[in-house]
Design a protein around this ligand. Structure first.
Ligand code: SF4
Length: 318
């Protein structure tokens, strides 16, 4: 069952040079109880796609067309008041920097109790019991005492856990994790990813994982959507993607993953384009070693590679 669908989303920014498009016909969907990883280099449009879902966009951003369907409603058409009931409560963001979500002036308990009072309509000892349960769910030891702690008394990994606890206390159905492990060391990264995986299987929560790190994706995602310069270029079930990648950009990303000791890494030549660069045809063509005549002239459609696996590359039509 699809819990969230982004269909043909076109979005851009008003700049001094006029309107510049940043997302081109972006489509992906999230299945209930599954993890979809949106993967690509920095600046490829992953975060802005996620922020579109939450309607947390900069003032200069403008959605030109498309729809974002959650619970049969197009989120693009909702008022800010209606969005406030969904944001945090039904669809929650776990940001890269947890301090953007935690208030340093209030204890973790105050902040957790606040969301429990609002979203679960509980007060007093009942609310406190729920707060302790939420911290235990994210494996914070001595949960009851930890309610009295301030955010600065928590490590980076514990802050991330506290934010996940808040999302769970709201009974969020969708968690959007934006490069959440970037600031954490490898051991803590693994613990947080395991925690998300447990939450997914215990509560049926759906997770949108925004990441540039394919190594993280391999173990934790059910499906993968690869983004390049504002377009989705390949979508596949995770296993299929790693065994049979199709798009030259996906292959280049995989080849630049940290290899076994002693193996040399490939790098992708050049840089992704900025929104100020106009690129005709396939947006990857200036960096693609397989580029041939049609690639510079028209945008490749998505070709079906196998069940639920598509790739937007003309090589599939040769
Ligand atoms: Fe490369 Fe052409 Fe495929 Fe684009 S369409 S990825 S340029 S081969």
């Amino acid at each position: 069952m699809k819990i969230l669908e982004v269909n043909d989303l076109n979005l851009g920014f008003r700049t001094e040079q006029g309107f510049r498009q940043a997302l081109f016909d972006v489509s992906f969907s999230l299945t209930k109880g599954k993890t979809l990883a949106l993967v690509g280099e920095s600046g490829c449009g992953k975060t802005i796609s996620a922020m579109s879902i939450l309607r947390l966009l900069p003032k200069t951003a403008q959605i030109k067309s498309g729809e974002i369907i959650y619970n049969s409603e197009n989120l693009i058409n909702l008022s800010e008041k209606e969005m406030q009931k969904i944001r945090g409560a039904k669809i929650a963001l776990i940001p890269q920097d947890p301090m953007t979500s935690l208030n340093p002036l209030y204890t973790i308990g105050n902040q957790l109790l606040e969301v429990i009072k609002i979203h679960q309509n509980l007060q007093g000892t009942e609310a406190e019991k729920k707060a302790v349960e939420a911290l235990e769910m994210v494996q914070i030891p001595c949960a009851k005492e930890r309610l009295k702690a301030y955010p600065h008394e928590f490590s980076g990994g514990m802050k991330q856990r506290a934010i996940i606890a808040m999302a769970l206390a709201c009974q969020a159905e969708v968690l959007i994790a934006d490069e959440l492990t970037t600031a954490l060391d490898v051991t803590i990264q693994a613990q947080i990813m395991n925690l998300l995986s447990d939450i997914k299987s215990q509560l049926g929560t759906s997770i949108l994982l925004i990441t540039h790190d394919l190594a993280l994706v391999g173990e934790n995602a059910d499906e993968i959507a690869v983004m390049y310069a504002g377009r989705i270029v390949e979508k596949a079930p995770s296993k299929d993607f790693f065994e049979n990648p199709n798009h030259p950009y996906s292959k280049a990303l995989l080849n630049s993953m940290p290899a076994k000791r002693g193996e040399t890494l490939d790098t992708i030549q050049g840089q992704p384009p900025t929104i100020h660069q106009d690129i005709s045809g396939c947006r990857f063509h200036p960096r693609c070693k397989y580029c041939f005549t049609p690639c510079t002239k028209s945008v490749p459609e998505s070709f079906i590679i196998s069940e639920n696996h598509t790739s937007a590359c003309f090589l599939n039509n040769k």
